[in-house]
Unconditional design. Structure first.
Lengths: 108, 117
């Protein structure tokens, strides 16, 4: 099994800040990494696919990078609606995938 | 418009059976995988398994193999997740998601399952 580890597990930031969330895979997954945003009581929403591709309709302040085992999600100029929990997902073993444990981003 | 609409809240007792559903619309249901994802209260996302409705090819994550059954009825564009004997630890929100080109791009609204005596 491929294990996905996110850091940090939680993060406090202010509106306007730039934040970075990291996801590390237990083995190389090339660029088969997706990022999701989940707000309380809502289904997850796809933000970034294949490490760096912005899903249609997602604001350009979200970006992703990385390959192999190390990946990052960056949010530039945080907006109030960005406070949520973020998950990475490896799809190297698609159609069976796995998620990181999540990173909760809240308001400082 | 692509939509996945899940069945409603379920409350069951331990040992009971249950089948929840996920109906797809706005796309060709038989040509995309449908995944099931568990989220226990206050916890993260867990990939349970996935089905290709076109030929019913089904895969399970090791943790869920033998614990649940995933199926689909392509004549009514619906995927299912079922349990034969529920446990209290099955209490969770369950999401279905369309999975295409190695990403889960559309999600259902979730079905809350509560198992309590």
């Amino acid at each position: 099994d491929i294990q996905m580890t996110q850091s940090p597990s939680s993060l406090s930031a202010s509106v306007g800040d730039r934040v970075t969330i990291t996801c590390r895979a237990s083995q190389s997954i090339n660029r088969n990494l997706n990022w999701y945003q989940q707000k309380p009581g809502k289904a997850p929403k796809l933000l970034i696919y294949a490490a760096s591709n912005l899903q249609s309709g997602v604001p350009s302040r979200f970006s992703g990078s990385g390959s192999g085992t190390d990946f990052t999600l960056t949010i530039n100029s945080l907006q109030p609606e960005d406070f949520a929990t973020y998950y990475c997902q490896q799809s190297y073993t698609t159609p069976l995938c796995s998620f990181g444990q999540g990173t909760k981003l809240d308001i400082k | 418009e692509v939509q996945l609409v899940q069945s409603g809240v379920e409350v069951r007792k331990p040992g009971e059976s249950l089948k929840i559903s996920c109906k797809g619309s706005g796309y060709s249901f038989t040509t995309y995988w449908v995944a099931w994802v568990r989220q226990m209260p206050g916890k993260g996302l867990e990939w349970m398994g996935i089905i290709y409705p076109g030929d019913s090819d089904t895969r399970y994550s090791p943790s869920f193999q033998g614990q649940v059954t995933i199926s689909a009825d392509k004549s009514i564009n619906t995927a299912y997740l079922q349990w034969s004997s529920l446990k209290a630890s099955d209490t969770a929100m369950y999401y279905c998601a369309r999975h295409s080109n190695a990403k889960s791009d559309y999600w259902g609204q979730g079905t809350l399952v509560t198992v309590s005596s």
